[in-house]
Design a protein around this ligand. Structure first.
Ligand code: A2P
Length: 317
């Protein structure tokens, strides 16, 4: 398995296990299974509601010597209700306690959107702080302090557009080492990837398989399905691999990491094995032609003009 190398030499395996939408009822078994298969990178977040169960699985695997802590890369994310300077460290400590870890490998600001403390999902404008009230630079400085205190080895962002990354760079000096965003053949985001490459920021792809299991409130009738795309189906058949393996391998060939979610043992193995697949420049060109710039996680649930949040501002488009 290849790695993405960070500035201090730490290495993150390019395929990680996504845990968004994994039920707390099954995630413990899933994590144990995944670590036995050989996954060494797990992507978490408190808003997914399953970090305690993931922590139980980590503990059991360390005790049973399936792996040691330093062989595992764990990412988690700061939820939107903890962006104020004084709230960042307690949020990170709570995640560490749930995951039963002393440190994270990577901690990300989950969204460039700030809520009042204790708000999981916003109900009205009163749920929000504007970015003037709680600037991302304030949150970032607290992330840097948490890193200096040893609670996380690396810090980064998620769902940040080029404008947000540029704003942060202007105000804070040392910016994120990684940005995690939605990426699949229907949303290829070449310009964001180029900006990140040129500025020494790694990228991780979330929803690489199209997140078909997302809540119905996040689905539209005409949403395209990457796993059912004609070009993907034909190419996968020709190569004798599954469409999911092709989608995962395609991300690796773009020089980024990818976090497919599965709770099914066969599919966990299949997704892990995708790192062995080789694609040609022609395959890459063909997949490039699928792009429609269509988002699954479009951020419309954070639309709040009164507090300065809109999809246009979120994505610079
Ligand atoms: P399951 O968990 O039952 O395997 P994403 O990673 O884009 O969020 O997509 C996750 C969705 O893709 C889930 O519905 C998951 O179902 C499904 N999935 C994961 N791996 C595969 C695979 N190899 N083939 C088909 N579907 C998959």
């Amino acid at each position: 398995m290849k790695n993405l190398t960070f500035q201090n030499g730490n290495r993150m395996p390019v395929i990680g296990l996504g845990t968004w939408k994994s039920s707390p009822r099954v995630i413990k078994t899933t994590i144990i299974e995944a670590l036995k298969i050989g996954y060494r990178h797990v992507d978490c977040a408190p808003i997914y509601g399953n970090e305690k169960e993931i922590g139980e699985a980590f503990k059991e695997c360390f005790e049973n010597q399936i792996l040691t802590r330093d062989e595992l890369w764990v990412t988690s994310k700061l939820w939107n209700d903890s962006h104020r300077e004084e709230d960042v460290r307690p949020a990170l400590e709570s995640t560490l306690s749930d995951l039963q870890l002393d440190y994270l490998d990577l901690y990300l600001i989950h969204w460039p959107v700030a809520f009042k403390r204790g708000i999981h999902l916003p109900k009205n404008p009163e749920s929000y702080y504007s970015l003037n009230e709680v600037p991302l630079a304030e949150t970032w400085k607290a992330m840097q302090s948490a890193q200096q205190a040893g609670l996380t080895r690396h810090i980064g962002t998620s769902n940040f557009s080029i404008n947000r990354l540029q704003d942060l760079k202007k105000t804070v000096g040392q910016g994120p080492e990684l940005n995690q965003v939605e990426l699949h053949p229907y949303l290829q985001q070449e310009s964001l990837l180029k900006y990140c490459r040129e500025n020494g920021i790694h990228t991780t792809a979330y929803s690489p398989l199209g997140s078909m299991d997302r809540h119905r409130s996040m689905k539209k009738d005409n949403d395209p399905v990457p796993l059912k795309n004609e070009i993907i189906l034909k190419m996968a058949l020709k190569k004798d691999i599954s469409p999911a393996q092709l989608l995962i391998s395609w991300q690796l060939h773009r020089g980024i990491s990818v976090i497919p979610k599965s709770t099914n043992p066969g599919r966990l193995q299949q997704n892990f094995d995708a790192h062995k697949i080789v694609l040609s420049a022609r395959d890459m060109d063909e997949i490039r032609s699928i792009d429609q710039h269509r988002r699954i996680v479009d951020g419309s649930f954070f639309d709040c003009r009164e507090k300065g949040y809109s999809m246009t501002k979120l994505w610079d488009e």
